[in-house]
Design a protein. Sequence first.
Length: 70
Amino acid sequence: MSAHKHREHLEKIKDAVTKAKELSDNEKSDSVKRIEEWYEEDKAFGLLKEELLEVSEYFETLFAELGLSK
């Protein structure tokens, strides 16, 4: 995956997280923080997905809605 696509995916997820009614404010804050760290460190997208799923199972649904699930 190109760096540009990787960053597009992170921005999509970050935007969806901030709008998600299924996540508490704490889950949103924690998730956005993790996304921003991954954005800065440019780590593998698959690992970020795993980490966000630890925050909430809702991310499985979110990734599917964004067309980012496997």
